[in-house]
Design a protein around this ligand. Structure first.
Ligand SMILES: NC(=O)C1=CN([C@@H]2O[C@H](COP(=O)(O)OP(=O)(O)OC[C@H]3O[C@@H](n4cnc5c(N)ncnc54)[C@H](O)[C@@H]3O)[C@@H](O)[C@H]2O)C=CC1
Ligand SMILES: O=C(O)[C@@H]1CCC=N1
Length: 316
């Protein structure tokens, strides 16, 4: 069912992208089997507490896919020099986290997990606390549970929380995000978040205990795949090929293989067998990989990242 929804979502989103180019004002999405109408651009003000890699990917994907205007975005960082790039992108910038909380409707919490309490402590002033009500907080912090988030954010009256684990390929329209709504998040909050996430990829609602293991794959996985691409390229360079063609072909081969898995619906093992001629070149390479324990290595990587997410969630 989940896959069906993703597929239908993508069809609608392809239409959305085409129609938004034509500046038609209303778009239709299917989220969790429900049709939603939304304006071409979302109207809410969006804030980022934290100005790093993941905030940039979310912001730039929203701009790239025409979902918001830069004037609707506020970003806070304690480091002035980090904000220069955001100024160049025409976002509103501040050194004061509480300005983002006060001015925005949806606030992405995007600092390192161990900095959560520190960041929240600077997201309000006692005088204005009552004014910071009915906000939607979207946490992208690895490992930090909804229980912790709801506790920390309970000082803001009427706050709702959704926990998301996005990934940086959002930037190129191939994001993969999982999320779990907190106790007070509404259907509208979820729909809006899915519009943001699905504009540049796919998203799935999952039970909270699935966020760490799936996030180990989708959140950290891009780094694992970059490492593989680099290693494939290194192998080619070792055999005398120039680096530029080696890296381009390594990336394109990974992209092509991924598309084969998604579009043929064949088991990866079947697709592997289709490449391996009897006594041929590929099986010689597969043998080398198996001897090196590549499969176990990959499984260990997912396990290690998922376990680490629990640990970072406990750091103070
Ligand atoms: N990078 C990734 O691919 C993904 C990251 N995440 C999560 O996103 C969060 C951010 O990760 P990145 O963007 O990679 O980290 P990053 O280190 O690039 O960015 C974090 C930013 O927070 C800023 N910061 C530090 N203290 C602050 C404070 N008190 N108030 C406001 N801003 C403050 C820093 O200037 C820094 O630029 C982390 O919690 C991580 O677990 C989740 C999924 C994927
Ligand atoms: O490495 C990290 O902790 C973050 C979470 C997922 C991707 N990057």
């Amino acid at each position: 069912m989940i896959y069906y929804h993703s597929f239908v979502n993508r069809l609608f989103l392809k239409n959305f992208k085409r129609r938004s180019a034509l500046q038609i004002s209303t778009n239709v999405f299917l989220c969790n089997n429900k049709t939603i109408k939304t304006q071409n651009k979302i109207q809410q003000r969006i804030g980022f507490i934290g100005d790093g890699n993941m905030s940039k990917a979310i912001f730039r994907s929203m701009i790239k896919y025409n979902l918001i205007d830069t004037s609707q975005v506020y970003v806070a960082s304690p480091f002035k020099q980090n904000l220069d790039i955001w100024v160049k992108w025409n976002a509103n910038v501040t050194l004061d986290n509480s300005e983002v909380t006060e001015k925005c409707d949806i606030i992405f919490l995007a600092v390192k997990p161990y900095l959560l309490s520190n960041a929240v402590a600077t997201m309000y002033s006692e005088k204005k606390l009552k004014k910071i009500s009915n906000k939607l907080f979207v946490s992208i912090l690895a490992g930090i549970t909804l229980e912790t988030l709801e506790n920390v954010l309970s000082k803001f009256p009427g706050s709702r929380v959704i926990r998301v684990l996005p990934n940086t390929p959002m930037l190129v329209g191939e994001g993969c995000s999982i999320f779990c709504p907190g106790k007070y998040a509404t259907r509208e909050d979820i729909d809006l978040l899915q519009i943001i996430l699905n504009t540049s990829g796919i998203s799935e609602q999952v039970p909270e205990n699935m966020i760490n293991p799936i996030g180990a794959l989708s959140g950290s996985g891009p780094a694992f795949v970059y490492l593989i691409i680099e290693a494939l390229s290194d192998g080619c360079v070792r055999m005398g090929v120039h680096r530029d063609i080696a890296t381009k072909f390594a990336a394109k081969t990974v992209l092509g293989a991924a598309k084969m898995v998604l579009e043929t619906n064949k088991h990866p093992g079947v697709l592997k067998d289709e490449v391996c001629s009897a006594g041929g070149t590929t099986i010689a390479g597969i043998h080398a990989l198996e001897k090196a324990g590549v499969r176990g290595g990959m499984m260990n990587a997912i396990e290690a990242s998922a376990i680490r997410a629990v640990e970072v969630g406990k750091q103070k």
